[in-house]
Design a protein around this ligand. Structure first.
Ligand code: HAM
Length: 426
């Protein structure tokens, strides 16, 4: 009997992981440059956290959460997104009292029981930022700017930013009324889910994937949202601030954010290199969520990017270890199996000094050890033979240049350690 990774999940092997690590490093570097601190929340949460925030009528809560009951009869879910968990943690750790305003970022797996397709997984990974405790439009501009800088630094060259405002809750009540009026003549043609959404939460009709519903809803290209003067002014300031720092956006496009917590500014970043699932990043303001989850009445904004989609857009599905000719590290090769102890002691000395060092423990031939050193992309092979052991030296072959020399063991370890030190300071 053999096993396979579950549908919609995948393993990440070493070559692929190099790209992931590069994304993670970039995200951490830029987040800190903007003053955001990392937060790691658990993968499991109380199911009610998401029905209260993402919304009872959303696709995520209705159809996509991996739920189970724990032994105590509590309803648990694998987190489908990060925002609600960040706000929960913000309140649980009293950051609203100790910091007031908190700028946080996260990286990690999210889970949605969607139908898998290219760019749509059941376990996928997001990095995201959440700035909790302010309603300033300048913060909207900061978060959007940081988002685009992160995507660009990760290698995305064709990011296109869509921007809209969904208005405040009072605006949304008016917009919902307007949308209901517009959809009423077509009510019977909507799918069964949308007929019930029509009464409960008409905005959720906007993210229905049924082609007939889509056609009815999006036949009008105008945004379904009407804005009050204050929300209009907020949105105008966001757009001005973005324009001032040279960020281009497309405001005319209408798009739906399938989560209930959004108010005012919402945005998406798309890439033309992706197919139907073309949103690399999405985010927006959620000015009522902190209060709705039991905290003070403060505004917040954030975004999350899908790492799988970002890497697909940047690398276009090319295998990851193609043409990587970079060599590093030392392979310690022993001429005979009875010299394994000497080899083991040398790799440990090197590793303790910060040097990447590998060796073979199977007593293979020197030729086989050289092959392995080459496969592992090591730059040097340090050969220990009988002669070397007698003279406490080592013969070092540079695989990149083909040169070879014999050097005292202690001097070799020192030289390798200094090389690592110099590389770290470069
Ligand atoms: P979202 O639009 O549900 O928003 O997801 C954000 C991004 O996660 C998407 O643009 C996409 O790149 C990626 N993503 C979502 N679902 C999948 C999937 N099944 N497979 C692969 N990638 C996926 C949120 O999650 C909000 N929490 C964003 C946010 C943060 N809003 C405010 N703060």
């Amino acid at each position: 009997m053999t096993f396979q990774a579950l549908r919609g999940t995948s393993d990440l092997l070493a070559g692929e992981l190099a790209r992931w690590e590069a994304v993670e490093r970039t995200v951490r570097r830029l987040a800190r440059r903007y003053g955001y601190q990392e937060l790691r929340t658990p993968v499991i949460e109380d199911a009610a956290l998401f029905s209260r925030s993402v919304g009872e009528t959303s696709n995520i809560v209705q159809k996509e959460m991996f739920r189970f009951e724990d032994r105590g009869g509590r309803e648990i879910v694998l987190r489908p997104e990060g925002t609600a968990a960040v706000v929960r943690a913000y309140l649980e750790h009293h950051l609203h009292k100790t910091q007031g305003f908190a700028k946080l970022f996260y990286l990690g797996p999210m889970f949605r029981a969607e139908r898998p397709q290219a760019g749509r997984m059941r376990q996928f990974h997001q990095f995201g930022v959440e700035a909790v405790g302010s309603s300033s439009p300048w913060l909207d501009a900061e978060v959007i700017t940081l988002c685009l800088e992160m995507l660009k630094a990760c290698g995305l060259t064709d990011a296109s930013l869509l921007l809209a405002s969904m208005g405040c809750r009072a605006d949304q009540a008016k917009s919902a009324e307007r949308l209901r009026k517009r959809l009423a003549p077509h009510r019977a043609e909507l799918c069964k889910d949308c007929q019930s959404r029509f009464d409960k939460n008409v905005f959720r009709v906007l993210d229905c994937k049924n082609p007939t519903c889509r056609e009815i809803v999006w036949s009008e290209k105008r945004s379904p949202f009407v804005l009050c003067a204050e929300c209009e002014a907020h949105f105008a300031q966001v757009k001005r601030a973005l324009a001032d720092v040279g960020i281009a956006f497309n405001e005319s496009a209408v798009f739906a954010r399938g989560l209930d917590y959004y108010t005012r500014t919402v945005f998406e970043v798309r890439s033309s290199r992706l197919g139907a699932q073309d949103a690399v990043t999405a985010g927006g303001r959620y000015d009522h969520l902190v209060k709705e989850l039991g905290g003070p009445d403060v505004g917040a904004i954030g975004f999350a990017a899908g790492i799988e989609r970002l890497l697909m857009a940047v690398h276009g599905g090319t295998p990851s270890d193609a043409a990587d000719d970079h060599r590093a590290g030392i392979y310690v090769a022993v001429a005979r199996p009875d010299l394994l102890a000497g080899g083991f002691s040398l790799v440990q000395r090197l590793r303790r000094r910060g040097v990447t060092a590998l060796m073979d423990y199977e007593g293979r031939s020197l030729k086989a050890q050289f092959r392995e050193a080459d496969d592992a992309r090591c730059q040097w092979v340090a050969i220990l033979g009988e002669q070397e052991l007698k003279t406490q030296s080592v013969t070092v072959k540079d695989l990149a240049q083909g040169s070879q020399r014999t050097i005292a063991l202690d001097a070799f370890v020192e030289e390798a350690a200094q090389g690592v030190k110099a590389a770290c300071h470069r």
